[in-house]
Structures are given as C-alpha cells and as structure tokens.
Design a binder for this molecule. Structure first.
Ligand code: ADP
Ligand code: ZN
Length: 218
C-alpha cells in the first residue's frame, strides 16, 4: 500500500498513520517528525527549518522535498509506505509524483481527512508529544496513564511550540491557502478518498481499514 494522508493540522493523520503502519508493517514517513528530528540534532536543514516551524509557516519546498526523496531512495519501501504531512503544496506533489514514477511505485490512494475547525482547535491545543519516542497523546482524548509521562517509553510529554493558540491560527490559514488545493489535484488523478477527521481515534481507524479493504488494497 502506497498512501498519502492529506488534511489540516490536527486532523489525526499522525495518530492514524502510527497505528496503521504498525498494523500493516508500512513505512511511516512524516515530514513534521523528520523536521523536528533535524531541529533537535541541529543539522543544517533543521537550523533553516526552525524559524518557519515556530511561526507555523511552511518550510521551503526544496528542504522538505529533499528530505522525502532522499528517504524514499534510502529505505526499503517495497512493503509500502504512508506519507503524513507531505506533500503540502502543489510543487511538493509534483516532486513526489516524479520521484515515485522514477521508482516505479505510484501512489495507490490519497486519504483526505475532512475536519471541522472546532475539532482542529481542540486537538491541537490538547496535543502532547513524547520527547523521547514522539508518541502522540491528548489531554482528554488520548490521555497517558500517568500525567506528563509517555505510556510507551516513560519519556516526558511536552506541548509543541507550534501548538500554542497564536501559531495554530496561522497554520490553519497556511493550510487553507497552500495545501487545500491538493484535494482537487488528487481528485483529478482519481486517487482521493474522503473520511471524516472528526471521528474519534478508534472509530476512524476502523473506517480507514474498511476503506482499504473495499478498495482492494488489503
Ligand atoms: P501538523 O500536521 O500538526 O501541522 P506537522 O508535524 O505535520 O504538524 O508539521 C509541523 C510543521 O513542520 C509545519 O507547520 C511546517 O512548518 C513543517 N512542515 C511539515 N511538513 C511540511 C511540508 N511538507 N512542507 C513544508 N513544511 C512542512
Ligand atoms: Zn515515549
């Protein structure tokens, strides 16, 4: 299965991607995770990306596209992959198309998480991340067993800098002005399947598995 998860910040792409990749043994590629890793390690790409991320703006296409195309070439994607948070602009989508054609691994499906602004705001303001393993929690929707501590690895949970109210507004604007047009881009390629990002984690997980089965991808 070669998939892209598309949708606004807070739609639940990262949470679902982690579960689905575990279940189906797919490679999870999140540009947000790759960028946060690069920032943490102070790499040249991370240093450039940080100021954009802190404001909630998109990191320049060349940086993220290079990260993903390098990764696609370096790892074994024969069992399939799930791209989460990439592409986010038409330019990125075109770069991805070209890279996948060269690898002879075209996309099977783009899942669009249609999500209301109310959901987005409550998901992002309540989101907490494990500093060590990156696992995603939510203060009310997916609480950890011990407050502030990751269930998986015991790491410390933190709130992302860009999950603060001021930055969230900008991220929603950026999504509307630069990413939303990819819905039509993939619709025209006949790859788009729409699901509701407003459902709770377990409900949506079931709907997604069902969507893959019905499309003959499983
Ligand atoms: P979310 O989906 O909640 O917005 P991500 O972890 O996907 O969070 O992204 C966090 C930030 O990383 C974005 O606001 C942006 O600055 C940067 N980023 C991630 N993916 C991309 C991308 N494909 N293109 C440009 N910037 C990106
Ligand atoms: Zn952890």
């Amino acid at each position: 299965m070669k998939l892209v998860l598309l949708g606004p910040p807070g739609a639940g792409k990262g949470t679902q991607a982690a579960e689905l990749c575990k279940e189906y043994n797919l490679l999870h590629m999140s540009t947000g995770d790759l960028l946060r890793e690069a920032v943490k390690n102070n790499t040249a790409q991370g240093i450039k990306a940080k100021s954009y991320m802190d404001k909630g703006d998109l990191v320049p296409d060349e940086i993220v596209a290079a990260m993903i195309t390098d990764k696609l070439k370096a790892v074994d994607i024969s069992a399939g992959f799930m791209l989460d948070g990439f592409p986010r602009t038409k330019r990125q989508a075109e770069i991805l198309d070209a890279a996948l054609i060269a690898l002879n691994m075209p996309l099977d499906m783009v899942v669009y998480f249609a999500t209301t602004e109310e959901t987005i705001l409550s998901r992002l303001t309540g989101r907490r991340i494990c500093r060590s393993c990156g696992r995603i929690f939510h203060v009310t929707n997916i609480p950890s067993k011990k407050e502030g501590i990751c269930d998986g690895c015991g790491g410390e949970l933190y709130q992302r800098n860009d999950d603060k109210a001021e930055t969230i507004k900008n991220r929603i604007n950026v999504y509307n002005s630069q990413t939303k047009e990819l819905i039509d881009y993939y619709k025209q390629k006949n790859l788009l399947r729409k699901v509701s990002g407003d459902m709770d984690v377990n409900e949506l997980f079931i709907v997604l598995k069902d969507t893959f089965k019905k499309s003959g991808l499983l």
